[in-house]
Write a protein of this length. Sequence first.
Lengths: 224, 230
Amino acid sequence: MDLDLMISSFPKLLNATLVTLKLLSLSLIFGLILGLFFAILRLNKNIFLNKFSYFYSYIFRGTPLLVQIFIIYFGLGQIEFLRSSFLWIILKEPYWCAIIAFSLNTGAYTSEILRSAFETIDKGFLEAGDSLGISKKIIFYKIQIPIAIRQSLPAYGNEIILMLKGTSLASTVTLMDLTGVAKYIISTTFKPIEVFIVAGGIYLFMTFIIHNVIKFLEKKYSYK
Amino acid sequence: MDLLAFGNTGWGDELFFATLMTIAVSISAMVIGFCFALIFTPLKLSKNKFLNFIGNSYTTIIRGVPELLVIYLLFFGGSGAVMYVASIFGYNKYIEINAFITGSFAIGIISGAYSTEVFRGAILSIDKGQFEASKVLGLKKPVHFFKVIMPQMLRLAIPNLSNVWQITLKDTSLISVTGLVEIMRQSYIAAGSTRDPLFFYSFAAVLYLLLTFLSMKLINKLETKYRRGY
């Protein structure tokens, strides 16, 4: 055990944690928007929209995140008109490519979580709203969405933790996130165990916090 | 399409063997994971606080730390650890561990943590009467486990194990960072030499989709088999 290395690498890893957290929060925000959008499409009765949303989530859930990042980061640069369009400003940055890939990926999982939450809402709530003469829009915003959020909290908490682990893949496209810096330190010092303990500890601390925040929210928003 | 030709002109045969490699790594990782699960599930269910703590730490740590980090730990630390053990037995030469073994071991440890959770859940949801009945009948422990608990546990566990299989299959793509030539690594090589990453990575995505799709079909068949009579 090399305690000095553990202590000296701690600030570097903590700095890199900021990159990880930035990646995580941005992709969760975009992913939530995407997920809600596709969940609504999925519940639509129009077969075309329905199938489109189904294939989106099927493809992103059926392939590894690593492939998705590589397609976006290495692959999209090959398309000529993308290179000449304004989108290239975003797509040439590994940072934004990683965020796009993560958002699309977590969006697919989130849409499944939200869809099943919407589907398990008791019909009585909707009928009660209907019989009170509340308009469809308000039923959706004021009844369906709050209940769906409550229903999907445990599954969404898991998804946040999975995404936190997923951000480690950003290190494969040259980003120096927590895993990227950990790998750099390991490959320069050849002390994998010490670095693993520190970096793993930081990750575990983050999962611990996320887990407890979700638990707190679950309690706060339970019916009882 | 020329790019996918078999033989020396295209990448078809290389990608085919890479796919076989992915399947091989996934299966061996799954088997290694089962071995881990068989060790750690009893620990997690045990009433002894210390054993319980060991079981819980395994699943918590592995499920809370990114897969890549575990892979780097084993990839950089694996041969060192083996050499250390070997030196105790008086063998001091350099030992290099095969990338396939490191890879399947790394993914196996990860998939084992998920399998442990699945088995634990399945055993907990078996009716208590079953345990009591086999005790009353005076069945020996192995008979009790293999003939009473295991068949019921498998039926309950298969749907969730299929999720673990999907996760394991997708996690094998991460092994590519260690240089083992599976789908992802082969696409990387092909994309580098043809300068056509879009095509090869998309093709890799198609291969993974195909694998997940086919394995789902197979697992559904297994599921109906184990659900006979329910």
